[in-house]
Design a protein around this ligand. Sequence first.
Ligand code: SF4
Length: 219
Amino acid sequence: MHDVLAAVYGPQHWWPAKTAFEVILGAYLTQNTAWKAVERSLENLRNAGALSIDGLRTISIPRLRRLIRPSGFYTRKAPALKAFVAMLDEEFGGSLERMAAAPTHALRQRLSALPGVGPETADAILLYALGHPVPVADEYLRRIADRHGLLEPAHARGRISYDQLSELTRRAFDGGAPEERAQLFNEFHALTVAVGKAHCKRTAHCEGCPLAADLKESL
Ligand code: SF4
């Protein structure tokens, strides 16, 4: 699937951000929100000089709430972002490079213990901001895997946990150097989002979908 989608859609250049810290902000802000709304919040932060670790460190929570209001759930997301920066300062001396050097498993546990960080956000931060080779699983991937018969019967029709879906992806990309795997996971997630948005919606639009031939084979 990766190869077929890559041939049709080309490189996706994810994540759409200029710095690793912007990736992290985007990963928090995009929860339950369309990316267009996230862009408005990021623009507000940029204009207020708060689109950096130091900017987030010094901004008050009420002001942060106002700036990220366009992406919704701001009363929850503002303190969650402040909690991330507090953790970065206390445990990694305020350095994302130092944080990225920690082992993947420990980082995933640490991120998951923060407020407002579920497994998908933790993995998006690990992969796209910190360069760790972890897959990101989402609803599009679950739908595609389900519709193409890749799930065990017990896991079909939504009965698969985030970690099980993530493990399925990890196994599909077994082997290779960590950097190579990180690049594959990076591209694969972006490509499944692309095909999911264009075709694999709540109702599948299989006609013209790059994965239609694979679907025929799997049925
Ligand atoms: S072929 Fe159909 S089921 Fe498969 S990814 Fe495309 S839209 Fe989804």
